[in-house]
Design a protein around this ligand. Structure first.
Ligand SMILES: Nc1ncnc2c1ncn2[C@@H]1O[C@H](COP(=O)(O)OP(=O)(O)OP(=O)(O)O)[C@@H](O)[C@H]1O
Length: 237
């Protein structure tokens, strides 16, 4: 569904972005003059100490929030200006989210959770939503669990459902916030491998927050954020 890009443009362009939060006794600067680019098909890790603004940055890339200053261009869209309905359209067409705590809807089955993001649009999709959701659940190894609600799935299985849900719209960009942070190491490795395999197969761009240096080492590049008044940022290859 992503917009076609000319070759020389990076898929993600973050230009001098600043973000603060209003607090009762003043404002908390979180991101200060942050600039970087991510090419189509890249895997970029975001690392840094707790509170340095990693989740804040992911929220800006996903148009869940807006920067105070600066620009974010993703797939030729001015993400920093998107509000409400247009932000929702952008997310539906461009972004797949995977979170540490899965955020599956507890009363829905695995299959219904995967279908949920596109349910309101199912008549205008041009493909069979249920069939695609079933194929994705097969792809993530859950062919026999489609009718289970999240409470009847293990943590690793719930994250597999969440990954299938993130892929339902064929997004060019996957934004992952510590996707293995709530899983045991073996299950975490399986989930990471699943995400990487998917990313390579579909040539998706993967931007992943991680505290794990072993995961960051697998990335093409790492964006290291620092928690300080100057918020230095560095990109390593
Ligand atoms: N809505 C908000 N209002 C006020 N302050 C906020 C808000 N969201 C985040 N913060 C603060 O902004 C800072 C950055 O938060 P953020 O969640 O982006 O950090 P993080 O690097 O993802 O941390 P962690 O690794 O612990 O998840 C923190 O000090 C946090 O308390």
């Amino acid at each position: 569904m992503g917009t076609q890009l000319t070759q020389e443009q990076a898929l993600v362009q973050v230009k001098e972005v600043m973000k603060s939060y209003a607090l009762p006794n003043g404002s908390l600067p979180v991101l200060q003059t942050l600039s970087f680019e991510v090419q189509a098909g890249e895997f970029m890790a975001i690392t840094g100490p707790s509170g340095c603004g990693k989740t804040t940055l992911l929220a800006l890339l996903g148009a869940l929030d807006q920067p105070d200053q600066g620009e974010i261009w993703i797939a030729n869209q001015a993400v920093h200006t998107l509000k409400a309905v247009r932000a929702a359209d952008y997310r539906r067409q461009t972004i797949g989210f995977v979170f540490q705590l899965f955020y599956l809807l507890p009363t829905l089955t695995a299959l219904e959770n995967v279908m949920a993001p596109l349910m309101p649009y199912r008549r205008q999709l041009g493909f069979d939503l249920k069939q695609r959701a079933q194929e994705l659940l097969e792809q993530v190894g859950l062919a026999t669990r489609m009718g289970h609600t999240p409470a009847r799935l293990s943590g690793g299985e719930q994250q597999r459902v969440a990954i299938a849900r993130a892929l339902i719209n064929r997004p060019p960009i996957l934004l992952a916030d510590e996707p293995t942070g709530n899983l045991d190491p073996a299950t975490g490795s399986e989930i990471l491998e699943l995400l990487r395999a998917q990313q390579r197969q579909e040539k998706q761009t993967l931007i992943m927050i991680t505290h794990d240096p072993n995961i960051a080492a697998l990335a093409d590049r790492t964006l290291s954020l620092a928690r300080s008044t100057s918020h230095e940022q560095a990109i390593t290859g």
